[in-house]
Design a protein around this ligand. Structure first.
Ligand code: ADP
Ligand code: MG
Length: 683
């Protein structure tokens, strides 16, 4: 038996449940339900009310009813297709329990003669007698028949009866855990304990009572545990003592002054914050958040320069080879010749790569650019002082934690993301980091004008394109992503390419996921040099690439994309001084919801607002690609409806951090809720 005061009972394996076979266990595991705790979050969707246990004389035909009877006589005809019957009785009358396709042995087991049994199900009437066909719930002890029978949205193959039995078993054995919240917090939820709250959660009469204390408390627990884990990670990282870097401001400003533009005040502020971190004796773990085109790259590069000038090496990781190359080129352009800059890619020639790796190890390279290739085991640094990771929003906490460990004690970490997120989610998603935000866009930026156009109006679009080309402008043409098949994805881009080539001979280029690296680079370079005017591509141009001369982007089948993604794509234009235009091509039969979403993009260029709206429409899991990020989805908490709880949790978190309270009392909370298992030991 389990120690009932211990949370560990809830973390035990499914096979610790009584009466649950391997088959059921496997079905549950398929649904990612691996222990008893997981089972608690499968909530009843509706229920059958069996609380009105009735005497036989009061049974209502056609309704679901519960009745306690005593089986009197088996009637098992030897004729095919005739059902087995059991004559039953209470003090008010008779009823037949009828079984189709059930073995006699089973029937005898569940309806033993002479014993008081409670059965339940739909009542019908046949040949002047009440009849209950295939009774759904049978128990020897009427007190064990749940008053109400919860209906869950179930995994195929698991019956409601089994599921109710499982949940009841867990709830009966629920350990009573010592309270982890402060009185102040408990006050907000009517002092309901976790234990009671769970019980309330599974009561059928409580379905949909999201505003009740039990629900709110449990949602809060969930949010708070996430914040707590994040805060612990952050504390751990802060504890790491590193050698401080000395920033040579003169040197920094020499480079800044040579740029073609002046930094915006947000860029300057971010740079100062990063410099402070570099100078400090604790490890930097900072996120640089800024909308597309806000100018994060230059901030990162100057930070890299400062790190190098302080005697360290830098690793700069980008999500795609193209982007790594672009960053590499920019560094080549703005850094002095003395700085040794390299790039490695999956496609680098073996011999060259080997040489670069050797040079890295012997401190003959100052900064290395690349994709995740720069973090392979065989890549060894002489003295790595800063890791920069661009466009990392799909990294989860776990990956980030690994990353911060990776560089060693003296290595600072700077992450960049162009994915603005709703305010309520900042602590949830990035609570383990310090954050610098660039809100202000460079002064020369004009908002991108966004239009929608029905697919069948493609001729209008072609006319428009021709005009733009005559003005010397360039155009991105993004083809839809067809999720199921990468091949089709390409084929739609190829088709469009062929089509446009007929209209604009020698003016169209094509790029998709299967284009090899060298060709890709050539095409992108040619496009940059204006050798052709229209670049047809799949979404690979989504992240980070910078083409100042391109001012029009056409996105086919736009409603296939999420709002944030469309905003990112749109951000590929509008970086120069020209008017920029985004045309969203749509199929004619759009739903109201789809129209609403498209309108948001037309109305605003502010990524923060867009993410907020996107979340309202699609829920936060979809908006942020949580699945990829490995960040768990909340089970009860909802950033839209529970924004107050998110704020409350943030305040409580700060209070605890500032008061230096021990968090030992939260151990069960963390152990139960922290699926990432990042925190192994708590004070
Ligand atoms: P993102 O934040 O999306 O990564 P980038 O760093 O790629 O944006 O910058 C987008 C473009 O803006 C680049 O062409 C860059 O040279 C330019 N840029 C950056 N900062 C400024 C600035 N302060 N003034 C003008 N242009 C800038
Ligand atoms: Mg960028």
């Amino acid at each position: 038996m389990s120690n009932k005061t211990n949370y560990e009972y809830l973390l035990s394996d499914l096979n610790s449940l009584k009466g649950v076979g391997i088959k059921t266990q496997n079905l549950l595991k398929k649904k990612n339900i691996n222990n008893l705790f997981d089972l608690l979050w499968k909530l009843p969707k509706s229920y059958t009310d069996r609380s009105l246990s009735t005497k036989i004389e009061n049974l209502k035909i056609g309704e679901n009813q519960t009745v306690t009877i005593i089986p009197q006589k088996y009637n098992f005809p030897r004729i095919r297709n005739l059902p087995n019957r059991v004559l039953c009785r209470d003090e008010t009358g008779e009823i037949d329990c009828v079984f189709f396709n059930s073995y006699e042995g089973y029937i005898k087991k569940i309806l033993p003669l002479g014993k008081e049994i409670t059965v339940s199900g739909k009542i019908n009437h046949f040949r002047n007698k009440y009849q209950l066909t295939n009774p759904k719930y049978v128990s020897e002890d009427s007190s064990l028949v749940q008053k109400v029978h919860n209906k869950y949205s179930l995994t195929d193959g698991i019956s409601e009866k089994v599921y109710n039995k499982i949940i009841n078993q867990i709830i009966t054995n629920l350990p009573s855990l010592a309270e982890w919240h402060s009185n102040y917090i408990l006050n907000k939820f009517g002092h309901i304990s976790w234990n009671t709250a769970i019980k309330e959660l599974h009561k059928s009469e409580n379905i949909g009572r999201y505003k009740d204390n039990f629900y709110q408390r449990l949602a809060f627990d969930e949010i708070f545990s996430t914040f707590l884990v994040n805060s612990e990670i952050r504390k751990k990282i802060r504890k790491v003592k590193k050698k401080s870097k000395s920033i040579n401001i003169k040197n920094q400003n020499l480079t800044i002054n040579k740029l073609e533009f002046t930094l915006t005040s947000d860029q300057k502020k971010a740079l100062e914050e990063i410099n402070e971190d570099l100078k400090s004796k604790t490890k930097m773990f900072r996120l640089l958040q800024g909308d597309v085109g806000s100018g994060k790259t230059i901030v990162a590069l100057i930070s890299a320069l400062n790190t190098i000038n302080s005697g360290f090496q830098v690793a700069f990781m980008a999500p795609t080879e193209i982007l790594a190359k672009q960053h590499y080129n920019l560094a080549k352009k703005i850094f002095s010749k003395k700085i040794r800059i390299e790039i490695i890619s999956g496609k680098s020639i073996y011999k060259e790569k080997k040489q670069i790796l050797k040079n890295l190890e012997s401190n003959k390279v100052d900064i290395i650019f690349g994709t995740h290739a720069v973090f392979q085991k065989k890549v060894q640094f002489y003295k790595l002082g800063l890791i920069i990771i661009d466009e990392q929003h799909k990294f989860g906490v776990n990956q980030r934690k690994k990353l911060s460990d990776k560089g060693g004690v003296d290595c600072d970490v700077l992450l960049m993301t162009a994915t603005p997120i709703p305010r309520t989610l900042t602590m949830t998603i990035y609570g383990d980091m310090d954050i610098s935000i660039i809100r202000e866009k460079p002064k020369n930026r004009k908002p991108i004008k966004t239009y929608s156009k029905l697919e069948n109006k493609i001729d209008d679009i072609l006319k428009f394109i021709s005009k733009e080309i005559n003005k010397g402008n360039q155009i991105f043409w993004v083809c839809p992503l067809i999720e199921e098949s990468k091949k089709l994805d390409h084929s739609s881009a190829i088709k469009k390419f062929e089509f446009l080539k007929k209209n604009y001979p020698n003016q169209v280029g094509l790029l998709h996921g299967k284009t090899d690296v060298d060709t890709k680079e050539k095409i992108l370079n040619d496009f940059l040099k204006k050798k052709f005017q229209i670049l047809v591509s799949t979404t690979i141009i989504e992240v980070g690439i910078d083409f100042p001369n391109a001012n029009v982007i056409i996105i086919e089948n736009a409603n296939k994309f999420g709002l944030s993604q469309l905003h990112q794509l749109r951000g590929r234009v509008g970086r120069g001084e020209k008017d920029s235009i985004c045309i969203l091509m749509l199929k004619s039969n759009l739903s109201d919801n789809a129209k609403k979403r498209i309108n948001i993009l037309k109305k605003t260029n502010d990524g923060f607002i867009i993410s907020e709206e996107d979340m309202k429409i699609r829920g936060f899991g979809d908006v942020l690609g949580f699945k990829q990020s490995g960040i768990k989805n909340f089970k009860l908490a909802d950033p839209i409806h529970n924004s107050d709880l998110f704020l409350l949790a943030e305040n409580e978190m700060r209070r605890i951090e500032n008061s230096n309270e021990s968090i030992a009392r939260f151990k069960p909370l963390i152990k139960l809720y922290d699926r990432a298992e990042i925190i192994n030991d708590i004070a």
